[in-house]
Design a protein around this ligand. Structure first.
Ligand code: SAM
Length: 237
């Protein structure tokens, strides 16, 4: 992978960035995504935010190597602290980290989302945390995508500010309203895998001492299995 040839996962994130955006890529690591967006004229300018020194240095050297220093600002900062009002950022990308961390970045940087028209988020796990944040903060899920690369399954969530309140059902929060509608083979595989894993955990719990914590955890897993099986098979089995 390099700034010209991204992984399929990052290519699909890039595909959801509107033409002509000013982009902030948070957790940019090597800065491949912002470099690709600017080189391919999808972004006019970009900010690459990175909290760890090593990846920050590699982002800087990548931007230098591509001779994009006048178009991409690399900043050592946590989350949306990398975004300044004068940047005029219109799209934020956050990819390759967990849903709960993405949610905490959005929560901590709420003020810096003013003027942002689109968030393109690719959580590695627990996308539900982002859908909960979207519901609580009136961002609508304009698109969702699921893909498989090197046997890993990734979800991409595209959010836009909503005038109206946003409400999701429990299965939509967990599995994604658009992904449920699409009902792709990869989507079914993801949730078959998750259900099988939860069932193994529940089974292992049967042979352990029943503490209140175990009972609560088991109940929670059984409810999730029921929810997912209702979507996959139209019933709780
Ligand atoms: N976004 C790239 C991608 O999808 O390929 C890099 C993903 S890499 C696994 C995650 C990066 O996010 C790491 O470089 C990490 O240092 C950075 N990161 C984690 N928490 C962050 C935060 N709060 N603010 C900025 N960067 C963060």
């Amino acid at each position: 992978m390099n700034a010209q040839q991204l992984s399929t996962r990052l290519m699909r994130v890039a595909a959801h960035v509107p033409e002509g955006s000013v982009v902030a890529d948070i957790g940019s690591d090597h800065a491949y995504l912002p470099c690709y967006l600017v080189l391919n004229k999808k972004a006019q300018r970009a900010v690459a935010g990175e909290v760890v020194k090593g990846p920050y240095e590699s982002a800087r050297s990548q931007v230098r190597q591509e001779q994009l220093e006048d178009r991409i600002e690399v900043r050592l900062a946590s989350g949306l602290d990398a975004v300044y009002a004068e940047d005029g950022v219109t799209a934020v990308t956050i990819a390759g980290i967990g849903g709960p961390l993405i949610r905490s970045i959005l929560e901590a940087g709420a003020e810096r989302l003013k003027g942002v028209e689109r968030l393109v988020l690719q959580p590695n796990v627990h996308a539900k945390a982002i859908r909960e944040w979207a519901e609580a903060n009136s961002w609508t899920l304009s698109e969702e995508e699921i893909l498989k690369e090197n046997d890993k399954i990734y979800e991409i969530l595209v959010l836009e500010p909503s005038e109206k309140p946003v409400r999701f059902s429990p299965s939509e929060l967990l599995m994604g309203p658009e992904l449920i509608k699409q009902f792709s083979g990869v989507f079914q595989e993801k949730w078959d895998r998750e259900c099988a894993q939860w069932k193994r955990i529940v089974q292992a719990m049967e042979s352990t001492v029943e503490t209140a914590e175990i009972i609560g955890k088991k109940q929670e897993l059984l409810e999730k299995i029921k929810l997912v099986e209702e979507v996959l098979h139209g019933e709780g089995t």
